[in-house]
Design a protein around this ligand. Structure first.
Ligand code: TRP
Length: 451
């Protein structure tokens, strides 16, 4: 595709919303609470926030700058800006990450459909904590039902992708994101009135510094990159559709702020309930799916609330899935010069195979383990804790060291029409801070030395 003829996002709000649509999703509502629960609550939150500020926002901005500069898919973008054989390959890592994330993300997105269904069929209200926990385990480990929802989710994503960038993505995100936000605020108020509110808030907001170890730091960093959709080329691909007037520093900050607020809101909804209903905060990926039904069960019109919530969560997941799919599809389309439809179909089939195995790995294939993890956990671990940080590190090194500084600053400031106070700090952060921090966190986790 010729770079001038790429579709651009229609409106300014559409631009922000599409990026927010990618960032906000299961990462905020499902993954953030479970990671926070497993990693000591307040301590995790503190490091997470630091990671978003120091590494997340700069990396997000770096991706946007590269995307708008290159105006092409995330693999070609690196090539177009640098002829260096090593740097020109960074993009492949991102495409691979997106495909692997699709593998487990679609499965969890499918679960939201099941919970929507259960809200209507009445199963979600009227049980006890143990019953909710048991029914989640029964469902997620069974072979067929989760697969059905997962594949349905994938088909939806596929249809939106072939419907075109502007119409599909923009319309969906503009409408649904604000609604999800409002509903979360309402649920927050409700959770704050529960008996366990104090305990839940203390858990989430009071850092216990003795709980911080290398695992907590790695998890918080991984969550920051994952939640902002970084290190995988998503924002490069999206920004390639940006118009040249977009104020990127402001857009990146807004996206990060909204994304972080959604995660915080989710935490405020979940943790008071966790302590009220006697749920273990450390139980991992099950956490949200056991806690939420308890919350809805004590609300008047519980099944209606539940239905709306899972509907919005499903839609938030779809906008993230679209972004993941779009990265791989744009790459296949432009690299192999096939039609959008064909590229999308290839990606959907590849993702389909992965999701089937990831879903089954929680049940019948659970004994198939690598490093003690089943495929589902492995995909989650490898992408969030290794591939996204490495991708982000390489991107920052590339933008900071390889790209001409004047080219970087020109693009960032819309060729001097925009004044941005932090530009110099930004360059230093790209060149030194992100690469050094990511490396230190990795080395620390390997146990070579301890902080
Ligand atoms: N950020 C999304 C979420 O929090 C998930 C996601 C979408 C993602 N695209 C990504 C994660 C690219 C990493 C890379 O739900």
């Amino acid at each position: 595709m010729n770079s001038d003829s790429r579709t651009t996002f229609k409106s300014k709000i559409g631009i922000i919303m599409a990026a927010v649509g990618s960032a906000v999703g299961l990462g905020n509502i499902w993954r953030f609470p479970y990671e926070a629960g497993q990693n000591g609550g307040g301590a995790f939150l503190l490091i997470y926030l630091l990671c978003v500020l120091v590494m997340g926002i700069p990396t997000l901005l770096a991706e946007m700058t590269l995307g708008r500069m290159a105006k092409t898919n995330s693999v070609e973008a690196f090539r177009r800006v640098s002829k260096h054989p090593v740097f020109s390959r960074i993009g492949y890592l991102g495409v691979l990450s997106c495909l692997l994330i699709l593998g487990f993300y679609t499965v969890v997105a499918g679960w939201t459909f099941q919970y929507m269904w259960e809200s209507v069929s009445g199963d979600i209200v009227g049980g006890t904590t143990e019953q909710f926990a048991q029914s989640f385990v029964d469902f997620s480990t069974s072979p067929f039902q989760p697969l059905f929802w997962t594949l349905l989710m994938l088909v939806f994503t596929h249809l939106i992708i072939i419907g075109g960038v502007q119409k599909g993505i923009e319309r969906a995100s503009k409408l649904m994101m604000p609604l999800l936000f409002v509903l979360l605020v309402v649920l927050c108020v409700n959770s704050l009135m529960l008996d366990g509110a104090r305990e839940g808030l203390l858990f989430l907001f009071k850092p216990d510094f003795s709980a911080i170890d290398s695992g907590v730091v790695l998890s918080a960093m991984g969550q920051a990159f994952f939640s902002l959709s970084l290190g995988a080329g998503v924002m490069i691909t999206y920004a390639s559709y940006f118009e040249k007037e977009v104020n990127m520093p402001r857009t990146a900050t807004t996206v990060a702020l909204l994304d972080t607020s959604v995660a915080l809101l989710a935490g405020i909804v979940i943790f008071p309930a966790v302590f009220t209903f006697g749920i273990q905060p450390t139980q991992g990926p099950n956490l949200v799916f056991v806690t939420l039904p308890n919350i809805f069960a004590q609300l008047p019109w519980g099944s209606v609330w539940s239905f709306i919530f899972f509907l919005l969560l499903a839609l938030a997941s779809i906008t993230s899935l679209i972004s993941l799919h779009q990265v791989v599809t744009a790459y296949v389309e432009e690299e192999f010069r096939v039609s959008n439809r064909k590229a999308a179909l290839i990606v959907t089939c590849a993702a389909g195979v992965l999701t089937v195995f990831a879903s089954l790995s929680l049940g019948v294939l659970n004994d198939l383990r690598v490093g003690g993890m089943c495929l589902f956990d492995l995909l989650d671990f490898v992408t969030a804790k290794i591939m996204m940080p490495v991708g982000s590190l390489l991107l920052c090194v590339f933008m900071g060291w390889r790209l001409e500084k004047s080219a970087l600053l020109n693009e960032l400031t819309n060729y001097g029409t925009l004044r941005w106070r932090w530009a110099k700090v930004f360059v230093v952060v790209l060149k030194y801070v992100v690469p050094i921090l990511v490396t230190l966190i990795f080395v620390n986790e390997l146990g070579v030395f301890k902080f």
